[in-house]
Structures are given as C-alpha cells and as structure tokens.
Ligand binder design. Structure first.
Ligand SMILES: [Zn+2]
Length: 158
C-alpha cells in the first residue's frame, strides 16, 4: 500500500526577470515618478482605486483612460503593523507598514510608514493606530517604482 502522507521537496528560487507591468501599472508608476498619485474610477459602481485598475474589481467594467484622476497623496491608516523579521530583497527590519486609504478612494495602498520610533513597540503601535492621518514623502531619486513614494509619515494636518 502506498502512503497517502504528502511529500516535501526543498526548492530554492532565485530568479532575475523583467516583469511587464501592463498599461495601468505603467501609467501609475510614471505618475509616481512625477510626484503624482493617480486613481482609476468605476462610475458603474462608484468605486475609486489606488493603485488604479484596468478593470473594476467589483463589477468587472473596463476603466477608460478618461476615468483616471489624480488624488492628493494623503490618507488615513486603516491597519498597520511593525515588521520585525525582514526578507530577502526587502528593507532591513524593523519597519512599519500600513494599509492606507488615500482620500477620495475606496481601496487601500500598502506602503511603508516612516518616522516611527520602532525602539518603543507600544508607542509605535499607538503612533500608527488606525485612523492616523498620513501623507506621502516623495523620493528625491524617482525611478518609476512604488518606492518613488519613500514612505508615508504621520501628519495630523493632512
Ligand atoms: Zn465597478
């Protein structure tokens, strides 16, 4: 009788490749390179997406080029955490990340939250608590990538 226990094989993937971003992500990244944050809007179900989408994820309607709009790079933290264990290719831990609802949108943008004292875990959790207002800090060396926003910072006046 053959065992039904699952087998495990050790696999190591270390791949260099070029990822084709597609029309929506390319346009979004080029906007970031110019310190512009763009959203796509679905008029059929009244949803605005950041990052923008080619198709509405809710009703599957195509989003036309003219349905894009620029939004202010400010928003509200909806959820956040402090990462203590980094990963290959990522920033050195610890660091804070947040799910940020950009003003005027219905989705969340995951990004780093900078300027947080991570030596005080409890204080850091309070600093980046849900409801905290944040604004983007733009990179001084943009390269059409998500890190053209270096991070968001807490800004109660945002
Ligand atoms: Zn829709």
């Amino acid at each position: 009788m053959t065992s039904t226990e699952p087998l495990y094989h050790s696999v190591n993937w270390n791949l260099d490749y070029n990822l084709r971003l597609g029309k929506a992500w390319s346009r979004f990244m080029r906007g970031l390179q110019n310190q512009q944050l763009w959203a796509s809007r679905c008029d059929a179900c009244d949803r605005t997406y950041v990052p923008p989408k080619s198709f509405c994820e809710s009703c599957f309607e195509a989003v036309a080029d003219e349905d894009w709009r620029q939004v202010e790079p400010v928003g509200t933290i909806k959820a956040a955490t402090i990462v203590y264990q980094g990963f290959d290719g990522g920033p050195e831990a610890p660091y804070a990340v947040g799910a940020i609802e950009v003003d005027g949108t219905d989705t969340m943008l995951m990004h780093f939250v900078g300027g947080v004292d991570l030596t005080d875990a409890e204080g850091a959790r309070t600093t980046i608590a849900p409801g905290t207002r944040v604004r983007a800090v733009w990179s001084q060396s943009p390269d059409a990538s998500i890190t053209d926003i270096e991070h968001f910072v807490v800004d109660p006046s945002a």
